[in-house]
Design a protein around this ligand. Structure first.
Ligand SMILES: [Zn+2]
Length: 453
């Protein structure tokens, strides 16, 4: 009884938070401003690149005239472009801002972003591994420039269990695990173990009672829209000016920071860097193409991140986190498909109602909310007994022994044609060598016989 009522009390204390997530270029800012105007809200930026001051074109800051006087927080509040902003900092600052919006201003906090890693770790408090510190420049350099083999060896040294989980050539996964080892005081394997532990409803802890709008746009349509946006940035925005500004600053930094960290990751900088120094038309064309390609890839990654990392914790949080998909594909139907629907659902949510499943996605998009199957072997499961590298002494790929991940793969490999062929060839070779040895021995005996009549 006591436990039950304290749970109720706890839930009663949770305040409401509305979030807007989705890929870049889908209209998150527009929707959040509409919601803020209709529901008396203020906006908290959850896009890591937009936290930096300036670079308004490259980071897609919502233009001032389209904010209609709605207060925006954590937007352009980092003056120093060389500063590293961390997810921990975001959590602390966002929490304080939510509190301020609610208690002091008696308004509704609306979080919009961008950086789904930030959003996820802010919404679900036990699902991310927040780094305890930044990478040192040495570590960052190692992760970027070391041979994959060296990264594997280092991981094997720091966390032997997890080093067997990934293929020794899978640089990205090895580097991610190694980064965890570097920046937390724990082993990556311990954290993976914890995250893969089965959870039941409400185990996914939330700070707030959450309503999350996931703005969706059909990929082909989105790609066209993203391409057009990049063109506009170049033609009408200050894209090149901002790249120039960044590159001037970058050149003064010693040692040069990794382009995988801080503001240097912003899409557009790396891509237009060659043009800014060469001013060659070719570099401009390539830069534009690269930036479009990277932007589309980023959008794709954002969708996968939402599906993989937001849906499951939301399901576990039960009534504390409701995700609602809105279809923003047809912009001519924005008002009915997106804006009006979002306002209506928000009002029900703020009244304390639970949003019925049928209202959580239009029928043609309900599949987006289905949890990905995690029962497949090797997919997010904690099975260290299955994590073992098997090296084949016979099969060599690019000068290295072929490696299988786990017994199952190994057994399959042993049956594979190219492996079986090699075994056969080697057996034949061995038989031939034996035959040759035998012949030589016979010849020797004959020789001895001749010499010893
Ligand atoms: Zn083999």
């Amino acid at each position: 009884m006591g436990g039950f009522s304290s749970t109720l009390a706890q839930q009663a204390r949770k305040s409401n938070l509305i979030s807007v997530i989705g890929t870049t270029g889908v209209g998150k800012s527009k929707l959040s401003v509409s919601l803020a105007l209709k529901l008396n809200g203020e906006i908290i930026n959850g896009d890591s690149m937009q936290m930096y001051k300036g670079l308004d074109t490259m980071t897609n800051k919502h233009p001032l005239e389209e904010r209609f006087g709605v207060e925006h927080h954590l937007l352009g509040h980092i003056d120093d472009l060389t500063a590293q902003y961390t997810v921990k900092q975001f959590e602390t600052e966002a929490e304080a801002v939510v509190d301020k919006i609610e208690r002091e201003r008696r308004k509704l906090p609306i979080l919009v972003g961008g950086t789904h890693y930030y959003i996820q770790s802010f919404l679900f408090t036990n699902k991310t591994v927040a780094p305890e510190r930044e990478l040192t420049s040495q570590e960052a350099e190692f992760l970027e420039t070391a041979e994959t083999k060296e990264i594997f060896e280092k991981l094997k040294e720091l966390d032997p269990v997890v080093s067997q989980k990934f293929h020794p050539r899978d640089r990205r996964k090895l580097a991610t695990a190694l980064k965890v080892c570097f920046t937390t005081s724990r082993r990556a394997s311990d954290i993976y173990k914890e995250q893969s532990a089965p959870t039941t409803v409400n185990q996914s802890l939330t700070r707030y009672r959450n309503l999350v709008f996931w703005l969706w746009c059909e990929p082909d349509t989105l790609d066209t829209r993203l391409d057009a946006r990049v063109d506009t940035m170049l033609e009408r925005g200050n894209l090149l000016g901002e790249v120039k500004q960044m590159s001037d600053l970058y050149r003064t930094l010693d040692p040069p920071p990794s382009m995988e960290t801080g503001v240097w990751q912003v899409i557009g900088f790396k891509e237009f860097l060659p043009f800014v120094s060469s001013q060659a038309e070719d570099d401009k064309v390539n830069g534009l193409e690269d930036m479009k390609r990277v932007t589309r890839k980023y959008a794709d990654k954002q969708v996968r991140w939402i599906r993989k990392r937001m849906l499951a914790p939301a399901a576990e949080a039960g009534d504390d986190a409701t995700i609602v998909v809105l279809d923003a594909t047809d912009l001519s139907k924005w008002k009915e498909n997106v804006e009006d629907k979002a306002v209506e659902i928000s009002r029900a949510f703020l009244n304390g109602e639970s949003i019925p499943q049928s209202a959580r996605a239009p029928a043609h998009l309900s599949h987006l909310l289905q949890l990905e199957d995690t029962t497949q072997p090797g997919k997010g499961k904690w099975e260290p007994e299955k994590w073992k590298h098997y090296e084949c002494d016979l099969c060599v790929v690019d000068g290295e022994k072929f490696v299988c991940l786990g017994e199952e793969q190994w057994k399959t490999h042993l049956r594979q044609k190219r492996h079986v062929k090699r075994v056969k060839r080697i057996k034949e070779q061995e038989a031939f060598e034996r035959w040759k040895a035998k012949k030589a021995a016979e010849a020797q005996t004959t020789e001895e016989y001749k010499q010893d009549p």
